[in-house]
Design a protein around this ligand. Sequence first.
Ligand SMILES: Nc1ncnc2c1ncn2[C@@H]1O[C@H](COP(=O)(O)OP(=O)(O)OP(=O)(O)O)[C@@H](O)[C@H]1O
Length: 308
Amino acid sequence: MSDYAIDVKHLKKHFGKTVAVDDVSIQMPKGKVWGFLGPNGSGKTTTIRMICGLLKPTDGEGTALDLDIIEQASEIKRRTGYMTQRFSFWTDMSIRENLEFVARLYQLPNRKALVDETIAQLGLSDRQQQLAGALSGGWKQRLALAAVTMHQPDLLLLDEPTAGVDPQARRDFWDEIHRLTNNGVTVLVSTHYMDEAERCDKIVYLANGKLITQGRVQEIIEKSGLITFRARGDAVRDLAPKFQQQDGVEHAAYFGAALHVSGTDADKLKQTIERIAPDAEFKQVETSLEDTFIALMRRAGQDLRVHQ
Ligand SMILES: Nc1ncnc2c1ncn2[C@@H]1O[C@H](COP(=O)(O)OP(=O)(O)OP(=O)(O)O)[C@@H](O)[C@H]1O
């Protein structure tokens, strides 16, 4: 038994002429929560599906939960919980009926007691006969998480589980994720939210199907070598487009009312700021994870892969 929940090497997946995933290797220790980030179409879902045995790689190899992702795919599926991007319920079935259906699918023993317990843990005992379709977005996701964990998987693969969910519900969802990892479950979760990325032990960042960087939040920011200046208010309200493509500028973007300008060469950045915005009060600030990801996305360049 290895210490890794996921140990995959040189994974590749082609769909016709599209190279969806290109030489991705991930070694993820058991019991951790890792974030999977990258722009739309960067290959996160495809990688997740190869890891949980749903999709056969074009090339590459590896294990999930010490099981071979090609030879032992069905065993992996039994021990993994996979929450798809648009996890769909039978909206015209009740909460209880949905969970009973999933329990039957996994052929779980003591189904009634298990479903009772799951509903009680969710705090939905009073509403178990309510149609799942009537739940709010946040509750739907909690129900989805309960459904994919009922068979007590050792590995959870969650594909953008909180997309479109309000901030409080996202916090509740993350509290649940941390409760699961404290109980030894390994969680790989794809997200576009920076606050969620910051709650992960480590981040893996993909772009154009390739693994661009990985590490702890602070490591990723430091490895980028970026320096960031910030100014607020009316003086910089329309300035972001003027900074694009300028000497030393890797990205210029608004964060609320503040304009962030980042690059790796402090002198060049200062000269450009002085030239473009002599009246604005820029000061150097810590580079954020979002600054880093915007810059990484630009460095990775336009997605030139052929999409069918
Ligand atoms: N079944 C398929 N057939 C053809 N192309 C596919 C298929 N699945 C994915 N792709 C392509 O592979 C690339 C990677 O897609 P994937 O869904 O893995 O990205 P992603 O990072 O999960 O994106 P998002 O953040 O939008 O969910 C895209 O160009 C996509 O169009």
